[in-house]
Design a protein around this ligand. Structure first.
Ligand code: AMP
Ligand code: ZN
Length: 121
């Protein structure tokens, strides 16, 4: 399930430019911006421009989108300062639902990296 912007959704507001963000990457399908409360020296969020509430709502129509997000993540991680695999690296996390730790109900991929210790994670 995906739909037009949800007026109550903070990430839709960021995508529409109504709330500012520190942008990492933008294309026709995706917006990537720095997390406002980073857990790690590098911490950005990758969000589809379409309002998909979570990973629980994805279907076959999202396969290409999810593939693009996961193939773009390593490139942007290095661009943003993560050191290369295997000594460097990063965590890629998709919190899903309340018990999965999801707070913002717009599908997003966390990419976290940089020297440890981290604040969390
Ligand atoms: P989650 O718990 O997986 O839903 O993560 C939501 C993330 O969005 C948290 O890490 C927040 O710090 C981040 N966040 C919330 N509001 C903003 C914002 N206005 N700009 C950037 N990141 C945000
Ligand atoms: Zn949204």
């Amino acid at each position: 399930m995906s739909s037009a912007a949800d007026p109550a959704c903070i990430f839709c507001k960021i995508i529409e430019g109504k709330i500012p963000s520190r942008k990492v990457h933008e294309d026709e399908e995706l917006l990537v911006f720095h997390d406002i409360h980073p857990w790690a020296p590098v911490h950005f969020l990758m969000v589809p421009k379409a309002h998909v509430p979570s990973l629980a709502q994805v279907g076959p129509e999202h396969e290409a989108l999810l593939g693009r997000m996961l193939t773009l993540a390593p490139k942007l991680a290095l661009q943003e300062g993560c050191r290369p695999y295997p000594d460097g690296g990063y965590r890629v996390v998709i919190n899903t639902g309340a018990e999965g730790g999801q707070e913002v109900r717009h599908l997003h991929v966390h990419v976290m990296g940089g020297p440890r210790p981290w604040l969390k994670g």
